[in-house]
Ligand binder design. Structure first.
Ligand SMILES: *[C@@H]1O[C@H](CO)[C@@H](O)[C@H](O)[C@H]1NC(C)=O
Ligand SMILES: *[C@@H]1O[C@H](CO)[C@@H](O)[C@H](O)[C@H]1NC(C)=O
Ligand SMILES: *[C@@H]1O[C@H](CO)[C@@H](O)[C@H](O)[C@H]1NC(C)=O
Ligand SMILES: *[C@@H]1O[C@H](CO)[C@@H](O)[C@H](O)[C@H]1NC(C)=O
Ligand SMILES: *[C@@H]1O[C@H](CO)[C@@H](O)[C@H](O)[C@H]1NC(C)=O
Ligand SMILES: *[C@@H]1O[C@H](CO)[C@@H](O)[C@H](O)[C@H]1NC(C)=O
Ligand SMILES: [Ca+2]
Ligand SMILES: [Ca+2]
Ligand SMILES: [Ca+2]
Length: 498
């Protein structure tokens, strides 16, 4: 068993001090053209930018904004230290850099202190929101927003009370006028053997219908767990008092044999269509499963049973650290991309080099996939594959494109982002690397980690800006120094056609 913090970040991210940069690129032509960066800033030390997504209040809305997670931010919650926050950042930001700390405002998902309960005549906290990492994940879907605190602890149902990191999420709808909490692992099943160490919200996504998908990699001695729930069901009948609430219609995976311990199901989640019907399947990374080779499970979203796996190629490569779904060859079938950022390339005679690898599985027909096409990093310790983001059709050739982050590659290991173009005959020709974006502009500030996370705006296709596509990129800094000299800026680059 490992310390929960190690588990929470898979032993990979604990050491990491983050610096966050976002790049918003509204793109056309055949390349991204960086012009005039604009910068958002968050509070120092808050890990501002750890997670990001785009947001529009309604699909028709012309205003685009960026939601930025800052999981160590202080909030107005009384008595809570570094509970974490998600910031609402209107785009474009204030052009005056001295005003930039004020471009973004905290979204009031939760203003409250820890709830208390009476135990044997004395009042005790029921929950522990300090250091809960709220904002470690944030995701939007047509005006619905979810943000989670995977290290939220609560006092268990046991008489003597223990602190269990069950994790919790909040959803917001109607442009942040209605909120509700969803903590699927805060149940009568505490402790590591139950859902006590679940860390729900470590990963999140939405299905195309807007059903929430939550990964909790710590349940059942770190076997991990995936659950789904409807946002309307979470909101209906929500009450602050219902601590042990079971949301109607919630589904979840169950505990398996103890040979599955320490495999981290739900480290990453995504959705796609893989069975030739209209009911999307879930995809979940299990980076330490299959004897540490890692695998990615395709899960039936109707009853959350496992349908099939993609299995990793190399032990401890963290296959399943990241997953993404998009149709890259335009055949109408969703394809699957899996990142293994610790993959080591072994050349004869020479020492193995940890470069990272991304696997692309093309879906030929329902539940039938090609042997993976491989994209391999070229920068030792670059962690190629840490982030994978579908971009839509960036270069307007009819085929979707994808970005892969290599956050510690490049000059000074400051990170780079690789853009790959889809095409019809991927089996013969593979993905075309069309562009490498360097975080070189970070080097003067001594920052690194450009491409630590990436986000493409899926929704821009059906809005008022049919020709625009946006890519959001962020990076982290000083990852290997262990320094706490955290920089906290978010850069937006505008890429424009005309
Ligand atoms: C949050 O507040 C505490 C106590 O006031 C302070 O020690 C800490 O540095 C603050 N953290 C951040 C990220 O602002
Ligand atoms: C409640 O208090 C009584 C008397 O102080 C003590 O004997 C008992 O063990 C306590 N129970 C719990 C659950 O703490
Ligand atoms: C949505 O909420 C944001 C943040 O509170 C606010 O700035 C914006 O004006 C709202 N938009 C609409 C359409 O109400
Ligand atoms: C998923 O589960 C449902 C409910 O049991 C079943 O009807 C459906 O056939 C399953 N789909 C697959 C692909 O197994
Ligand atoms: C889920 O659906 C699959 C496929 O129809 C079926 O084999 C399995 O028994 C179902 N499991 C549960 C728990 O309903
Ligand atoms: C997926 O792989 C795991 C680990 O090897 C295995 O236990 C499980 O049965 C597999 N599931 C399917 C559906 O093949
Ligand atoms: Ca399906
Ligand atoms: Ca395809
Ligand atoms: Ca394209």
């Amino acid at each position: 068993m490992c310390a929960y913090r190690m588990c929470a970040f898979g032993g990979m991210m604990c050491r990491v001090v983050l610096v966050l940069w976002l790049v918003l690129s509204v793109v056309s032509g055949f390349n991204l053209h960086a012009e005039r960066p604009a910068v958002y800033r968050g509070p120092e030390g808050s890990y501002f930018g750890y997670s990001v997504d785009f947001y529009r209040p309604t699909p028709e809305s012309s205003t685009l904004s960026v939601l930025v997670g800052a999981p160590k931010a202080n909030t107005s919650q009384p008595g809570i230290i570094e509970g974490g926050a998600v910031y609402y950042c209107p785009y474009p930001p204030n052009p005056d850099p001295t005003k930039q700390p004020y471009s973004c405002t905290q979204i009031p998902f939760d203003n409250a202190n820890n709830r208390m309960i009476k135990v044997n005549g004395t009042r005790e906290p029921l929950e522990f929101k300090s250091h809960q990492w709220f904002g470690a994940s944030v995701r939007t879907h047509k005006g619905k927003v979810v943000a989670c605190a995977p290290l939220y602890h609560w006092r268990t149902v046991k008489v003597d009370g223990e602190k269990d990191p069950v994790g919790t999420c909040f959803v917001a709808v109607q442009n942040f006028s209605a909120y509700a909490e969803y903590s699927p692992c805060r149940t009568n099943d505490p402790d590591p053997e139950g859902q006590g160490f679940c860390q729900a919200g470590f990963s999140v996504d939405f299905t195309k219908e807007g059903t929430l998908v939550v990964g909790g990699p710590g349940s059942f001695y770190w076997q991990g767990q995936v659950m789904t729930a409807g946002v309307a069901e979470i909101l209906n009948g929500y009450s602050l008092k219902a601590v042990l609430r079971r949301v109607p219609g919630e589904k979840h995976t169950h505990a398996a044999a103890d040979t599955h311990d320490d495999s981290y199901l739900g480290y990453s989640v995504a959705v796609g269509e893989f069975t030739g019907d209209s009911e999307q399947e879930l995809i979940a990374g299990v980076p330490r499963g299959a004897q540490n080779f890692g695998y990615v499970a395709v899960i039936n979203s109707t009853n959350l049973t496992f349908i099939m796996n993609f299995t990793g190629e190399q032990m401890a490569s963290y296959f399943g650290y990241s997953v993404a779904v998009t149709d890259l060859n335009g055949d109408g079938y969703d394809d699957v991309l899996v990142g293994a950022p610790l993959y080591m390339e072994r050349e004869r005679e020479s020492k193995p080099k940890e470069v990272g690898r991304v696997y692309l599985y093309l879906q030929h027909s329902p539940l039938t996939f090609s042997e993976p096409l491989l994209l391999t990093g070229t920068h030792t310790f670059g962690r190629f594959g840490t982030a994978i983001a579908p971009l839509g059709d960036l270069n307007q050739d009819g085929y979707n494109d994808v970005a892969v982050g290599c956050p510690f590659g490049g000059e000074d290991r400051s990170g780079l982002v690789l853009i790959y173009n889809g095409q019809k005959d991927l089996t013969a020709r593979g993905l075309t690397l069309s562009q490498e974006l360097y975080g070189a502009w970070t080097s003067s500030s001594g920052l690194s980690g450009y491409g630590f996370t990436l986000r493409g705006d899926r929704d821009l296709d059906n809005n008022h800006y049919p020709d625009e596509h946006a890519t959001l990129q962020q990076s982290e800094g000083k990852a290997f120094s262990g320094s706490l000299n955290v920089c906290v800026s978010v850069c937006i680059y505008m890429f424009s056609q005309w």
